[in-house]
Design a binder for this molecule. Structure first.
Ligand code: SF4
Ligand code: SF4
Ligand code: FES
Length: 441
């Protein structure tokens, strides 16, 4: 295929047909700021922050959606581009509640970063943001519509990566905002609680609910026994959220020592819950197969949002859905049942604290798949905040080992099972397409 020659800031670039100016510039190390565009998303052209000058064109072009053309001459840092970019960001800020010092996303907000880079210090345009403030929807999601810059990323992720179409761009004019398609009713909107919208949002308009306040309340309550568990051996990345000058990680044994120092009673390794979960699924499958009461293959996932996706959006497959909880849920149940008996404690006096790298576990606090087993769910990102809150000197922490818990895993009987474990809604949809094609033949 014929290659394309162009210049960006007077540097010769050889590009592939179909590439955008943004992609070609990135390849030669020229950074163009973006807000709505992300490599894995289809969203582009909404924010205009990536505007560049193309010789011969009257208008500035959005680098994220403009394809390269042979002989094109592009400028990403001309006076015209920088002035326009600054105006665009100033206008975004005028429709945004700029309370950066008390914003959840401060230091991680991409709008704040671009405004800092462009040295925007004053309010040149009157503030006209939507008067709709912080809403805590559930244990997973918090929204602040007054910080929505209408970039569309959350809608894109929700619709085209999670296949749920729970979010849409609602309202008119400056009142436009990403919102649930059935306003204020997440459930009716079909949200599966995956948290991907919160991960995609570049500002503080939608973000994961932190459970640190509940954690401190549990630690301070003398009647509660706090049991923490996690599925990890890797260190915790503390970044600079903990006020550290350089990237630093907390080795797992030091992390256990830290958790115990702040008042967690027991810290458990949940790895064996993965094996137990696999065995329980097998048992469930054999029971269905032998009793001929139920449909196979058995469908399951380690991710609770995939269960919710199957339940809410693929209703016809409900009969094939496994009753075995995910490993994190199973571990919580194990602690509330077997372990509470061993300790001689009532399950309601045990507070389980799961640490996870999957946001979708947070919704288990409100909506467990089976019985309530998870009380507090901390996302990995909350650990640096927890460390910062204690103002602990990391050098003084004494490393500790996981506490031991006995989990009996049944022997494998080597029978053949037919269980499909999905990682995300995309895999569910791909499997349905393949199964349907198979039926047609
Ligand atoms: S949590 Fe997932 S399903 Fe719900 S709105 Fe966000 S992206 Fe969509
Ligand atoms: S909520 Fe966030 S991701 Fe969604 S449109 Fe608003 S700013 Fe963009
Ligand atoms: S990043 Fe290109 S228009 Fe938003």
């Amino acid at each position: 295929m014929k290659q394309i020659n162009l210049t960006i800031n007077n540097q010769l670039v050889v590009a592939e047909p179909g590439e955008t100016i943004l992609q070609a510039a990135k390849r030669i190390g020229i950074a163009i700021p973006t807000l709505c565009n992300r490599e894995d998303l289809i969203t582009k052209g909404n924010c205009r922050v990536c505007s560049v000058e193309v010789e011969g064109e009257a208008r500035l072009m959005a680098a994220c959606e403009t394809s390269v053309i042979d002989g094109m001459r592009v400028h990403t840092d001309s006076k015209r581009v920088l002035t326009a970019r600054k105006t665009i960001v100033e206008m975004l800020l005028s429709a945004h509640n700029r309370e950066c010092t008390c914003c959840e996303k401060t230091k991680a907000c991409q709008l704040q970063k671009i405004a800092d880079d462009l040295e925007i210090l004053d309010e040149r345009y009157p503030l006209v943001y939507i008067e709709d403030f912080r809403k805590e929807y559930n244990a997973l999601l918090v929204r602040e519509p007054d910080k929505c810059i209408k970039c569309g990323r959350c809608v894109d992720v929700c619709s085209y990566m999670q296949y749920t179409y729970a979010l849409g761009m609602l309202g008119r004019g400056y009142n436009t905002c990403a919102d649930f398609s059935k306003k204020d009713d997440i459930d009716a909107s079909g949200c599966i609680g995956c948290g991907k919208c919160a991960e995609a949002c570049p500002t503080g308009a939608i973000y994961p609910n932190k459970h640190l306040t509940s954690l401190w309340l549990a630690i301070d309550d003398p009647n509660k026994f706090v049991v923490m568990y996690m599925l990890r051996e890797a260190p915790f990345d503390l970044g600079d959220t903990a006020g550290l000058k350089e990237e630093i990680s907390l080795p797992i044994n030091k992390a256990i020592g830290f958790f115990k120092d702040i008042g967690i009673d027991v810290v458990l390794d949940a790895t064996r819950a993965v094996c137990l979960c696999a065995k329980q699924r097998e048992e469930e499958f054999y029971t269905i197969q032998e009793s001929d009461d139920g449909e196979i293959p058995l469908l399951t996932s380690d991710n609770p949002s995939v269960f919710r996706f199957l339940e809410k959006h693929k209703n016809k497959l409900r009969g094939q859905l496994s009753m075995t909880p995910t490993p994190m849920q199973l571990m919580g149940t194990y602690i509330k049942t077997y372990y509470s008996q061993k300790l001689g404690l009532e399950p309601e006096n045990i507070i389980t604290v799961a640490i996870t790298d999957d946001l979708s576990n947070k919704l288990e606090v409100d909506r467990p798949v089976t019985e309530k087993s998870m009380d507090i769910v901390l996302f990995n990102d909350e650990i640096p905040v927890l460390v910062a809150q204690t103002m602990v000197d990391l050098n003084t922490i004494k490393p500790k080992e996981f506490d031991q818990i006995f989990m009996q895993i049944p022997e494998s009987n080597n029978k053949k099972s037919n269980i499909i474990v999905f990682n995300d809604p995309e895999e569910v949809c791909a499997w349905i397409t393949l199964s349907t094609e198979g039926n047609d033949n």
